[in-house]
Design a protein around this ligand. Structure first.
Ligand SMILES: NC(=O)c1ccc[n+]([C@@H]2O[C@H](COP(=O)([O-])OP(=O)(O)OC[C@H]3O[C@@H](n4cnc5c(N)ncnc54)[C@H](O)[C@@H]3O)[C@@H](O)[C@H]2O)c1
Length: 334
């Protein structure tokens, strides 16, 4: 079964009908998550307008979508985008997502998650569209409550190196809620936890832990861990994350709500590195680099709300997801 079929199979008939034959704008549609959302919506005969500046997205992600008559590519920075079109749904996913990368581009990262969010909310208001915002587990910062529920307010350094991302996401969430309260706009916020799978970039500063470890292990290069590796993350396979996002988009009970979308299986970074070396049968050694600044020690979502309201829970284990990603990396089949 293809990844897209796997996502569609988890949506109810009612959810699919809500998303079918619509007109949708996806900012960051050329990226990892955006391209999977685009492909899934195209399979539902929906018109997809993909807005991307390819700062972190790769063109190969959308190569095979370009032949679809319902797919429109707009190459632009989200903060400068103007249009007379209207849409049924707007997904605001444009942002540099990887810590090693966004710390090098803090102003750009903040612009996408402030001016970009404002522009897309205005366009949603004019369109009377449902607005879906890609927030992040990073809004919790170095969380003191684990597993972390949506009503935890976070422990974030507002002027630290990661603040361009964390505070951009927090400001955007506040802006979404302001549009709900003042204009009654249908906004939905998904706080996405580390997601991996086919199309996740592994190169240079874009590599996040799983993709970086995988590419290092497959090349028998040293696997690099920042800090002692005792920090934890919860890794979610892409089909599970996209299913959760689309359920939050189509649900009758998600208006004005925020949902943690993540796997509750908490993994130490050192154990992840060992697992990846094992699964790739690699000769790589692990090396430890200085810890990243303001790196949260633990990360694990409480997903009770998404389970109850969206009837969603992740299905793919970390081991299964890594095996599938290895297969994709070996074939590079976008
Ligand atoms: N993947 C994850 O684990 C994860 C976790 C939490 C939150 N998120 C959020 O989900 C969204 C998508 O992340 P992803 O993993 O697919 O990353 P990605 O880098 O693959 O996708 C982001 C896309 O946005 C585009 N983009 C960036 N800035 C832009 C701008 N100013 N104007 C237009 N396009 C721009 C990039 O070129 C890229 O194609 C981001 O907002 C990210 O913060 C992702």
């Amino acid at each position: 079964m293809s990844e897209v079929d796997e996502i569609l199979n988890q949506l109810t008939t009612e959810e699919k009908e809500k998303l079918m034959t619509k007109k949708v704008l996806i900012t960051g549609g050329g990226g990892f998550l955006g391209s999977w959302i685009s492909e899934t919506l195209l399979a539902l005969n929906t018109k997809v307008y993909c807005l991307d500046n390819f700062s972190t997205g790769v063109r190969r992600n959308i190569e095979r979508l370009k032949n679809n008559k319902n797919f429109y590519l707009i190459e632009k920075d989200v903060e400068d985008f103007e249009t007379d079109e209207t849409f049924d749904f707007i997904f605001h996913f444009a942002s540099r997502p990887a810590p090693d990368d966004y710390v090098l581009h803090p102003v750009e990262t903040l612009k996408a998650n402030s001016i970009g969010t404002l522009k897309m909310l205005e366009l949603s208001k004019r369109s009377n569209a449902t607005f879906v915002y890609a927030s992040s587990s990073e809004v919790y910062g170095d969380a003191e409550i684990i597993p972390t529920p949506e009503d935890y307010w976070g422990k974030v350094n507002p002027i630290g190196v990661r603040s361009c991302y964390d505070e951009g996401k927090r400001f955007s969430e506040a802006l979404c809620m302001a549009y709900l309260r003042e204009y009654n706009l249908d906004v939905r916020i998904v706080r996405i936890f580390n997601t991996f799978g086919p199309r996740l970039r592994a190169d240079g500063a874009y590599g996040r832990a799983i993709s970086r470890f995988l590419s290092q292990a497959l090349e028998h290069q040293p696997v690099t861990i920042y800090g002692d590796g005792q920090q934890t993350r919860s890794f979610t396979y892409v089909t599970d994350t996209v299913t959760g996002i689309l359920k939050a988009t189509a649900s009758n009970v998600a208006r004005g709500e925020v949902f943690n979308i993540g796997n509750t299986e908490e993994t130490k970074i050192i154990d992840l590195a060992i697992l990846i070396i094992e699964l790739t049968k690699s000769k790589s050694k692990i090396i430890f680099l200085p810890p990243a600044k303001d790196d949260p020690r633990r990360r694990r979502p409480d997903i009770t709300k998404a389970m109850l309201k969206l009837k969603w829970a992740p299905k793919v284990s970390i081991e299964e997801g890594i095996k599938r990603t290895i297969k994709w990396l070996r074939n590079q089949n976008f």
